[in-house]
Design a protein around this ligand. Structure first.
Ligand code: LMR
Length: 390
């Protein structure tokens, strides 16, 4: 019976990891999957993570089951960083641990469906897994263009999308460091979005996967906080993959804002039952380590310093790309204004393949690059390769 299944292509983004690894050229450049790299091209374990892992090894006395909500100490310790130390809606917020940000997005989409949502508005292009998760759940994505032709956020399209929807509809918004365009909303735009959401009653699902890699920990949380202050209900998906360098250990969280504390509890019981049916309970190791970091002042400082240095390096590479100005037909100047690890280059599929095959430059098929794959040593080669293909 199982032979009836059609063969599926490998995930296009994750397949790049193996393709890049198999390339023997020493000057190859990996701008594929979203993994941060230092100026030396490494993705080291954070010092705070190493220290907290040591502590965990010493202190942990049991590996017995936790519930579907996972490590609630971890969930609570993250909250001041996401929602602010004096979060005005604190009493209406519930949370749980999830396997990475993907687990949180999956639960948020499933929760919205359970509540009757049939389609999800999303600015396009978006992170490919948003589409894959919704397709798997049977939730239709209705796209509107996220970027305006001048490289800023297309507020007109967002306004139109929101005004065409109402109570019972949902929209997925990237909290900061938009993946793949790097085009974030300004605080003023977030204020307008929050008002529009409150006015229309559309449920916001906010995906915050790159917290701290844009303008700062507080600054990157502006959108989430502005929206939560205005709307009755919201879902927030959080990933520690990038800002704790915890990619493979799958550390994430889902938060729900209900209209009142009872509603929040009701939403969370639904989220717990969906988690139980999907993965039963999330993996503990990474979340315990993040909790130990956040419970310790010195480790928290070390973590925040590391995030600040990542942010600074990304900013430095962006500035250097913007300075290069033009690479053939590709205008690199807007990259200086954009935020986070990603940018979209206007390249055809063929140009992306030529960059890979002839120049050893690996990027997603839609022209998305991971800025953190560039270093001061390989930028010139990259700009030269871009000029050659475009
Ligand atoms: C990316 O977009 O490259 C990362 O967020 C990794 C992933 O899971 O897709």
């Amino acid at each position: 019976m199982l032979d009836r299944l059609d063969k599926q292509p490998p995930d296009a983004l994750l397949a790049l990891i193996a393709l890049h690894d198999a390339d023997t050229r020493s000057d190859k450049i990996d701008l594929g999957v979203g993994v941060y790299r230092t100026a030396d091209g490494a993705t080291p374990v954070f010092e705070a993570v190493k220290a907290a892992e040591g502590k965990l090894l010493e202190q942990q006395t049991t590996k017995a089951y936790l519930g579907p909500e996972g490590d609630m100490g971890f969930v609570k310790a993250l909250m001041p960083h996401i929602f602010g130390a004096d979060c005005p809606v604190h009493n209406r917020l519930g949370g749980m641990q999830t396997p990475g940000g993907t687990g949180a997005v999956r639960l948020a989409a499933a929760l919205a469906m359970r509540a009757g949502v049939t389609h999800l508005a999303v600015g396009t292009p978006t992170w490919p897994n948003h589409n894959q998760i919704c397709a798997d759940l049977g939730l239709d994505i209705v796209g509107y263009p996220h970027a305006a032709p001048d490289g800023s956020a297309n507020m007109q399209a967002l306004r139109q999308a929101l005004r065409g929807m109402g109570k019972g509809d949902a929209i997925l918004l990237h909290g900061a460091c938009h993946n793949p365009t790097g085009i974030d909303y300004t605080p003023q735009q977030w204020d307008e979005i929050a008002d529009l959401l409150a006015e229309t009653g559309v449920l916001p699902i906010l995906d915050l996967a790159y917290h701290g890699l844009g303008n700062g920990m507080e600054e990157d949380a502006y959108g989430v906080r502005a929206v939560l202050a205005k709307v009755p209900e919201a879902l927030v998906c959080y990933s520690c993959d990038k800002n704790f360098g915890y990619y493979r250990d799958r550390v994430g969280a889902l938060y729900a804002l209900g209209a009142n504390a009872d509603d929040t509890q009701k939403i969370m019981t639904n989220a717990f039952s969906l988690a139980r049916a999907n993965w039963s309970m999330p993996p503990d190791h990474g979340a315990s380590v993040v909790r130990l970091i956040l419970e310790d002042e010195a480790l928290t400082k070390s973590w925040l310093d590391e995030v600040a240095s990542m942010r600074a390096r990304i900013g430095e590479v962006r500035a250097k790309l913007a300075e290069a100005g033009q690479a053939g037909a590709v205008d690199l100047k807007p990259l200086g204004e954009q935020k986070g690890m990603f940018a979209m280059l206007p390249l055809s599929k063929d140009q992306v393949i030529t960059l890979r095959e002839e120049h050893g430059v690996y990027m997603a098929g839609n022209g998305r690059i991971n800025i953190a794959g560039l270093t001061l040593d390989n930028i010139d080669k990259f700009v030269g390769a871009l000029a050659a293909v475009s």
